[in-house]
Design a protein around this ligand. Structure first.
Ligand SMILES: Nc1ncnc2c1ncn2[C@@H]1O[C@H](COP(=O)(O)OP(=O)(O)OP(=O)(O)O)[C@@H](O)[C@H]1O
Ligand SMILES: [Mg+2]
Length: 81
């Protein structure tokens, strides 16, 4: 049985997000919704930014010196940045 995902299923909402290690930009204009209680996978070549993106969701990039983030990261509607 198929299921229609509406905006209400979104746990995470990422909007116009850019991320930098110093002067080097690692993530470019990320826009994404992640549904609650669904499996979401990130697939891509080594160095494409999967781990960097995941760390933007739990703010573990904050402990890396010289990093900077722009845009919005909402969890349950609250901007965690
Ligand atoms: N602490 C850091 N300081 C500077 N640059 C970093 C740092 N961590 C990652 N990078 C760079 O950011 C980019 C994205 O790396 P990231 O580790 O997020 O990729 P990944 O998709 O998780 O790769 P892998 O599949 O190897 O785990 C790469 O160019 C990487 O060299
Ligand atoms: Mg990784």
């Amino acid at each position: 049985m198929s299921e229609i995902l509406t905006d209400n299923n979104n746990k995470v909402h990422v909007e116009n997000m850019n991320f930098y290690y110093g002067n080097v930009q690692a993530l470019f204009d990320i826009n994404m919704d992640i549904a609650e209680k669904k499996v979401t996978a990130f697939i891509g070549p080594s160095g494409c930014g999967k781990s960097t993106f995941l760390r933007t969701l739990n703010r573990m990039n904050d402990i890396i010196d010289g990093t900077r983030i722009e845009g919005k990261v909402l969890i349950d509607g609250s901007d965690i940045l």
